[in-house]
Design a protein around this ligand. Structure first.
Ligand code: ZN
Length: 266
């Protein structure tokens, strides 16, 4: 514990992310390997330039289908945020999914961005601003896939922030359902510092929790989360790992947050 609390910023991120990069093709190959023999269905909902966009689906175990809870988890929409796809891979490899929960896991929404270590896709589009009037082929394919899915009880979007002083999250909970925010922060703080800033990205924050009061209708450039909260889910979180910290710390932070949400959902 004391070891963990001494984790410090690396001081590498000046003007953007300058930390470790990943070989996204190798990571996605490992993802596919991890899903095999573990009961996951894998769908390719888009392919371009040698990349495959994967949607993984895990049904609740037949013996324990007492609930119909579905969770959507996505990662890798920004190509300079490697902890997201790595966290998706680690969650698959650890394979500690609650048996009653149906999981939809999209491990990487912007594979080309990772080969460039860029936030945007290969054409320079920030895909996470493309969900209101989608222009990019991968956003359109993603939304077409989403339209074929049932509603989700919860969405979790895995991100990183190159400027932040620790982990934080955004909560979207317009129907005042039970919040999972404090549970996730409580789990993450054992493995990664929490950003204690009172303002994060120009919004009020408390103990790493940002509860933005924004009407999606007032914003022209929707992130994925706005599409999800208006069309697919009544509650969700955007998780932000601090990318000026060592990569394993950030991966562990995202994994801890997801596991805390899963455990406390039912
Ligand atoms: Zn991001």
């Amino acid at each position: 514990m004391h070891e963990i609390l001494r984790v410090q910023k690396l001081g590498k991120n000046h003007g953007g992310y300058h930390g470790e990069t990943i070989d996204i093709r190798a990571v996605l190959n490992e993802v596919e390997t991890a899903t095999q023999s573990r009961g996951w269905a894998s769908e390719i909902f888009h392919a371009h330039d040698g990349f495959k966009w994967l949607a993984l689906h895990r049904s609740p175990e037949a013996a324990s289908q007492k609930s119909e809870v579905g969770i959507y988890i996505s990662a890798g929409i920004h190509g300079d945020e490697p902890a997201g796809p790595l966290a998706a891979l680690k969650l698959l490899q650890e394979n500690h999914w609650p048996p009653d929960i149906e999981i939809f896991l999209l491990p990487c929404l912007n594979p080309a961005g990772f080969t460039l270590n860029k936030r945007e896709n290969a054409d320079g589009t920030d895909l996470n601003r493309d969900y209101r009037n989608p222009q990019a082929a991968e956003t359109r394919a993603h939304i077409a896939w989403l339209e074929r899915q049932p509603k989700f009880d919860l969405y979790l979007c895995l991100h990183e922030d190159w400027e932040s002083h620790g982990f934080y999250l955004y909560e979207q909970n317009p129907y005042a359902k039970p919040s999972l925010a404090e549970k996730m922060i409580g789990a993450v703080q054992k493995v990664c510092p929490i950003d204690q800033s009172e303002t994060i990205e120009e919004r009020a924050a408390k103990n790493g929790i940002v509860r933005p009061n924004i009407s999606p209708q007032e914003r022209p450039d929707w992130p994925e989360a706005f599409y999800l909260i208006t069309q697919k889910s009544r509650r969700g979180y955007t998780l932000e790992a601090p990318s000026d910290f060592p990569l394993p710390v950030r991966v562990n932070a995202l994994v801890a947050a997801v596991n805390a949400a899963l455990i406390n959902l039912l």
